[in-house]
Design a protein around this ligand. Sequence first.
Ligand code: GLN
Length: 276
Amino acid sequence: MNTAYQNLCARLMMAGVPDARFDAAQLYQFATGRDPRLDDGPTPAEASRLAVLAERRAAREPLQYLLGEWDFMDFTLKVGRGVLCPRADSEVVCETAIELLQEVPAPTVYDLCAGTGCLGIGIAKHLPEAKVTCVEKSADAWPYLTANVSGTGVQAVQNDILTYYKSLPAGEADLIISNPPYLTAQEMASLMPETAKEPTVALDGGADGLDFYRVLTANYRDALRPGGWLVLEIGYAQAEDVLALGAAHHWVNGSCRKDCGGNDRVILLQKPEKIS
Ligand code: GLN
């Protein structure tokens, strides 16, 4: 324990940072390379680095952005201003897709609104034969996506999912996964300070939060093979609405799974084996 670390904890608590002690320990480790609980104190150079980080975190910049990296499942991603931070809630979305593809040899997969690429890269890491394409339109997110896919075999494409389906061959994909923007206008108006510093384009799902689910359910069925899956992350209160959109657009076997916090988080929709 040392005074600099104690002061850092106090500064973050005063600023209302949730989990202030955890964040302080992470920032201390980042600035000094050492564990604060075993350390006597920072050098002057480390102390000034730490001071800058402390003020940015006190201003409620996401911890992930300050560290520049964040873990998702069993790997680490580059993150920073301009891209949505990968969340633990999304891990079940990725795991669901991996499960559905278990028996499919060399599956073709698209991750739409990929952001950091966490979902697509997670699939590729667990299914090395998979041909995964991550699609992201944001120029601000793009450098993170390309850095993260590098060396993974995953392809990154800069395109807008509102029109991207027109360029896809019919009936070839085995699975489409997406964590689209899904917050409602009301939720957008009352974001946590940290979330408010994440890109609006990654969060804003239109008035009722469902804009992207309308596009995905209406336009991406053709790209899948019969029996292929659409796996969607959803907001905790959207299961019923997204399942209804799926049924309206002739998807079958719709179901919902919960995340590790017990909230509805994943919708699975299947393209019928036979189109009647
Ligand atoms: N899960 C995010 C949040 O809670 C929202 C992510 C999204 O819109 N895709 O803020």
